[in-house]
Ligand binder design. Sequence first.
Ligand code: SAH
Ligand code: SF4
Length: 393
Amino acid sequence: MTEANAPVTQDVLTIPRKLPETGKVNLVGLTREQLRDALIEAGTPEKQAKMRLGQVWQWIYYWGVRDFAQMTNLSKDYRALLTEKFEIGLPEIVTRQVSEDGTRKYLLRIAGGHEVETVYIPEEGRGTLCVSSQVGCTLTCTFCHTGTQKLVRNLTAGEIVGQVLVARDDLGEWPEPGQPKPEERLVSNVVLMGMGEPLYNFDNVRDAMQVVMDGEGISLSRRRITLSTSGVVPMIARAAEEIGCLLAISFHATTNETRDKLVPINKKWNIAELLQALRDYPRLSNSERITFEYVMLKGVNDSDDDARRLVKLIRGIPAKINLIPFNEWPGAPYQRSDWERIEAFADIIYKAGYASPIRTPRGEDIMAACGQLKSATERARKSKAQIAAEAGL
Ligand code: SAH
Ligand code: SF4
């Protein structure tokens, strides 16, 4: 294996849908088409399949029902059939931590005993759910805690949708029959910024987002979903075409030399190739700007020259730049840039005509901030020296 393609090896697996524990098929995360097929295979007459699909879909995703017995517009026999063949299976909450600032972090157990983290961030008038797409990550960005986790597997679409359902359950965000719909949503936005590289688990992420966007269920608009990628160039256009969501790019450096170290996938697709893919992004427009995420690392990527190079590089791309003060984790080989440095950097970007919000770290006291996620399945950490060596420090 050459070094250039080493960081992007995809030796990951997706656990089959039929769970060995129960032998039942989990309906959560099936696309409409897959759900229809499953219902027919279980004995639903084809002529009724469309109607049954609509009913079951609404119970699961509109009303948040978890038990077939509560699906009261279905006959008793049909409910019994569904109970026999299927389940509405959600990840199990192992721990739930609530930060001083209201951020909630869930550690969830999924099939095979693996664990992932999901973070809910309440804000004024909105709430963002940060969803994981993989257990761990095959990429090894040197500033990211998830990147130090060795075990990696893709999440199923059901496990991705399941994170949204778990959060809505915990927040009590399902309509009450006969009650008016609340104006404000608790989970109003979904960001694919948890553990994993979503574009390395594309099909499952796409199917999951189709379920989340479906107008007869959770009904989240495509503009309220943001997919963050470290730069899997060949898959970027498909995110626009098949999901239609907004895009965020983990940019983090303005020269290939530095980006190679911070975001090793850059060795495979460099800055120029990445920017070209963004210029070609099918949904690019002023109202749907691309977010450039830029983690501020002291003395590494935070100089005035970096800021100037950054605005020069992205010229012509409708963009906003999100500056993320580095979130430390035990053994991390970097430090957060000083606040004055971050502000000076932001100022250069702002004067060049870009919005340059500095992301306030949320949930730091419970290690829920960006890049701090790492599940307990695999706590065995690389040594500080090992990480530093890999970072080329
Ligand atoms: N794998 C995807 C999505 C998950 S990471 C990606 O890399 O885009 C979500 C964001 O948090 C990315 O921009 C990532 O670079 C950033 N991040 C990772 N570790 C961080 C840390 N320790 N401090 C601040 N941001 C971090
Ligand atoms: Fe993976 Fe994203 Fe972390 Fe890089 S920053 S290791 S791509 S989760």
